[in-house]
Write a protein that binds this ligand. Structure first.
Ligand code: ZN
Length: 471
């Protein structure tokens, strides 16, 4: 967002902060000494620059004045004209900017990234407004740039059906799952929730085994991931993870709570699972075993909320069920045919290649039952398509036997792709070729949005035999 005020006098020079301007303008703010406090530039890469106070992040919370420039997606400052410019925020596309009122100073605003937050003070309401507009404008503008190619590439997705729109359309998802900040732009894909930028940073610090954070505006999303987010969501997850919260007399943080408070809350909630309703709190082992059964059953039925509850109660995601031919929950999901159930387990650490006592993995099972969308997902997540079961059959042989045309195509495509990748040295960079990616994307979209179209497109065995003879 460039503004139409030409003020080349105030451009940041490499050697020193700018001299006072000769001309004045309505949009220009000045401090008591007549220095420009904020200036908007056109015709250069600088978007806005001027003096601001920055609150120190140390306990003392002192405020220091510096000359700030918003340029090339970065916020740069220098403490004095003798010192070289320093980069305060490397990539504003990954930041959020908002007013900040938790201080006795006026005209303050906060800039937040996943890694840090910073409070800055302008010298007037108008100055603050200009900075916020420039920062937010810059963030949005850059987002549009990054999203355009992605959107044109997935032109089959109807307009308005962006990850952000999809995620925020779910009840409870319009405010951060952990602190209630409105308009969250981040999501934890394994928990199935939306969070604000500050909480997303805290989630990230827990490690990917506990929370896998994605941006709803910057990252690309697979259709099945969005589907999962719409089946879980903040309301459902909070019913599970905050079940005994009021009983225990613990208060949830609010958007303006200090970061340390949010951090403690998020750890208590997801790492310690302090507010989850326990099964058999006096007998932990029995509780875990029951939760394991519940996870298996949820996977079979495709009930992801029940699965989320089971995981919160200590179910082990790769636990085998001896009474069910040693199957894991992922194999149960492949029997049931639910794509979100499969995705949910994979996001939460399910091993894609575990096999039951007959040597069948989730891929064999999904192929046998004709669950095309799942086959696609399992292949994407690294399922071994060459693994033979105890009858010596690999997934492709099963697909040919059961005559699932789409699945045969998918498996052959995946095989070809893999072979091309292996022979890259000979044929050049042919791995993951675009046709393959497009076909996979089409199948993924169809499986999530129009599953009926994938229902067992059989072909006659004869055709396949003829085809094989031709080969
Ligand atoms: Zn939050």
């Amino acid at each position: 967002m460039k503004m139409n005020l030409h003020s080349s006098d105030f451009l940041l020079r490499p050697d020193r902060p700018p001299p006072p301007p000769n001309q004045t303008s309505d949009l220009l703010c000045r401090d008591a000494s007549g220095d420009p406090v904020v200036s908007l530039c056109t015709g250069t890469d600088d978007l806005i620059q001027g003096y601001l106070f920055k609150r120190s992040r140390r306990k003392t919370k002192t405020w220091k004045r510096g000359w700030y420039t918003l340029k090339n997606n970065q916020l740069i400052y220098r403490k004095s004209h003798k010192e070289p410019p320093l980069v305060l925020f490397e990539d504003l596309r990954l930041c959020a900017a908002k007013c900040f009122e938790q201080t006795e100073r006026r005209f303050c605003f906060q800039l937040l990234s996943v890694h840090k937050s910073c409070v800055l003070q302008a010298d007037s309401q108008q100055g603050m407004k200009l900075w916020l507009e420039a920062l937010q404008g810059n963030i949005d503008l850059e987002l549009q740039h990054t999203q355009e190619p992605a959107l044109s590439h997935t032109s089959k997705v109807p307009p308005g059906d962006t990850p952000l729109a999809g995620a925020l359309g779910v009840p409870g998802n319009q405010s951060c799952c952990d602190c209630g900040e409105p308009d969250p732009r981040w999501a934890s894909i394994n928990l199935g929730i939306t969070v604000c930028i500050e909480c997303s940073g805290i989630h990230r610090s827990l490690g990917v085994h506990l929370s896998k954070v994605r941006s709803l505006t910057l990252d690309s999303w697979e259709p099945e991931q969005l589907k999962l987010l719409s089946l879980l969501g903040n309301d459902a997850i909070n019913r599970i993870y905050e079940a005994t919260c009021s009983e225990q007399g613990t208060n949830k943080p609010h958007p303006h709570s200090p970061r340390a408070e949010k951090e403690m809350w998020i750890r208590d909630k997801y790492v310690e699972k302090r507010f989850v309703e326990k099964r058999h709190s006096e007998d932990v082992e029995r509780g875990t075993e029951e939760a394991g059964h519940a996870l298996y059953k949820g996977a079979l039925l495709g009930d992801v909320v029940a699965m989320a509850a089971a995981l919160s109660q200590g179910a082990e995601v790769n636990r085998r069920q001896p009474e069910e031919e040693n199957r894991t929950p992922l194999m149960a999901a492949a029997i049931g045919g639910s794509l979100p159930a499969c995705d949910y387990l994979l996001n939460n650490g399910a091993n894609v290649n575990h096999r039951d006592q007959a040597g069948r993995g989730a891929l064999h099972t999904a192929v046998t039952r004709g669950h095309t969308g799942q086959v696609c997902l399992l292949l994407k997540r690294g399922a071994n398509q060459y693994a033979a079961d105890e009858r010596g059959q690999d997934p492709l042989a099963i697909a040919v036997e059961t005559a699932h045309a789409d699945i045969v195509t998918l498996l052959r495509m995946a095989r070809m792709n893999e072979e091309m990748r292996d022979s890259e040295g000979v044929f050049g960079a042919l791995g993951d070729d675009e046709t393959f990616q497009d076909i996979f994307r089409d199948f993924s979209n169809m499986a999530s949005n129009q599953p009926d179209r994938l229902n067992r497109r059989h072909f006659r065995r004869g055709e396949e035999r003829e085809e094989e003879e031709r080969e």
